[in-house]
Design a binder for this molecule. Structure first.
Ligand SMILES: NC(=O)c1ccc[n+]([C@@H]2O[C@H](COP(=O)([O-])OP(=O)(O)OC[C@H]3O[C@@H](n4cnc5c(N)ncnc54)[C@H](O)[C@@H]3O)[C@@H](O)[C@H]2O)c1
Length: 428
């Protein structure tokens, strides 16, 4: 089998199939990615170098898109990025480029499975059209299916056999064939009536997260105005054993999925004369959070009779979520750019991210926590990595803006910590 696109999604699935004993050819367009993998260096958090090396010594081989032999495989998985444009429209460029590449080698009897998150209608529409330029017909000469991925980088349990997979094929036979193949690496595969249904199910999962995060972000802003502590309130609501799911506020949303995928749905909805108001409202709130973090930093400095302009701000964490190196679409990019725009000097510490580009295109290089502690007037906690020495930070820092409740359970000094959604932490 062949896996096209060896990133956060493609590499784990390729290795899982190799570990299940299948012959796997991994294909990628990026020469640097291929060089890294061939040298046995894993580019992602959840696959160790040792696991990659064992797979390469076994049945997993890697090849560039040019030299790969796609006709050799019984099945081809497509796991390439599905980004959005600057105006938040879907960019199917990588998906259609992969389809074009497959079409040049496609042979009768193959199974093609699209895994990239996308809007309902992609697999049966543009993806199929490009594949059929081969002269072969989907559902007749070759099988075609959509099977969304549920992996959650940094959470090894999300990549386990126990997480059910969804699949919808162009015909019942294609669905059953794709399900049987996925059944080699997953205990439960749920069969849907069509690729469109499977595409929509994936967008429901991610839009659900995006909208609920926006809802608690808005609640956090309200709690600040009302003098309430949103974290206390979420903890209280979460004691309800049914009908409530915990979401937490923060500096914004990031990663490849949550700030991106909902726009595939809202774009598609417009073709049916529907404006998805939940997605638009969630975007307004979530994308405004970094600006609010900059405002909170100015408010905290004001307490020390200092202006943001000319102050030295130490940002803690730039990855989009704790304990991973993934910083794609991280809200830290807007926080850093916003701070610099308002005249602050900015440095950051992140145990996992060596260099980081902010939203204005400036490249920042991470520094050690100690040197940041000696340098900064105020700290802004953007990502709550476990590996940060929080005791050291809170003992040494004069002023902290905490956007993720990293101060939870600590005794702090009066007016030392300004918390997103909760105001000043009560002093000892
Ligand atoms: N990262 C996640 O947590 C996650 C979870 C579920 C679903 N998804 C979805 O899976 C898809 C892939 O995401 P990812 O996070 O693995 O992306 P990624 O950027 O980590 O990896 C994509 C890989 O595809 C390669 N590539 C790009 N165009 C190519 C082409 N035409 N031919 C061959 N290789 C190509 C890139 O070089 C890269 O190595 C996206 O649609 C994403 O929304 C991601």
């Amino acid at each position: 089998m062949t896996v096209i696109g060896l990133g956060y999604v493609g590499l784990p699935i390729a290795i899982a199939f190799a570990e299940a004993g299948l012959q796997v050819q991994g294909v990628d367009v990026s020469p640097s990615r291929m060089a890294e993998l061939s040298a046995g260096r894993s580019p992602i958090d959840d696959i160790s170098d040792e696991r990659l090396a064992t797979a390469i010594a076994g049945t997993f081989g890697v090849a560039g898109t040019g030299e790969a032999d796609l006709a050799a495989a019984d099945a081809l998985f497509v796991c390439v990025p599905t980004p959005i444009t600057a105006t938040k429209d879907p960019d199917l460029g990588p998906v259609l480029a992969a389809a074009e590449r497959i079409a040049t080698d496609l042979r009768a009897g193959q199974l093609v499975i699209l895994q990239s998150t996308t809007y309902p209608g992609t697999t049966m529409g543009p993806f199929r059209e490009v594949l059929e330029r081969s002269g072969l017909r989907a559902g007749v000469d070759f099988d075609l299916a959509f099977a969304p991925e549920r992996i959650n980088p940094g959470d090894p349990a999300s990549a386990s056999r126990g997480v059910p997979r969804l699949v919808g094929g162009i015909t019942p036979a294609a669905t059953a064939r794709a399900a049987a193949l996925l059944g080699r690496i997953n205990d439960r595969v749920v069969q849907l009536s069509s690729p469109d249904a499977a595409e929509m199910a994936k967008l429901l999962e991610n839009t659900f997260r995006n909208v609920n995060i926006a809802f608690v972000n808005q609640l956090a802003l309200l709690c600040e105005r009302m003098g309430l502590d949103v974290w206390e309130i979420i903890d209280a609501a979460a004691t309800k054993p049914f009908g409530f799911m915990r979401f937490t506020p923060g500096p914004g949303v990031g990663g490849h999925c949550i700030p991106v995928d909902p726009y595939y749905l809202s774009w598609r909805a417009r073709a049916f004369d529907v404006t998805d108001r939940f997605i638009e409202a969630a975007g307004d709130i979530n994308f405004a959070m970094p600006r609010h973090v900059v405002d909170l930093t100015a408010e905290a400095l004001n307490e020390r009779s200092k202006a943001l302009k000319g102050s030295r701000v130490g940002v803690i964490g730039v990855a989009f979520k704790p304990d991973v190196q993934d910083h794609r679409n991280s809200p830290a990019a807007a926080v850093l750019a916003g701070l610099v725009e308002r005249g602050a000097e900015v440095r950051y510490h992140d145990p996992y991210v060596r260099q980081f580009r902010d939203d204005a295109g400036r490249v920042h290089t991470g520094v050690g926590l100690d040197s940041l502690i000696h340098w900064a007037d105020v700290f802004v906690v953007v990502t709550g990595h476990k590996a940060v020495d929080w005791d050291h930070l809170y003992e040494s820092a004069d002023l902290v803006v905490d956007t993720v409740n990293s101060v939870r359970g600590r005794t702090v000094r009066d007016r030392q910590v300004l918390r997103l959604g909760a105001g000043w932490a009560t002093g000892a």
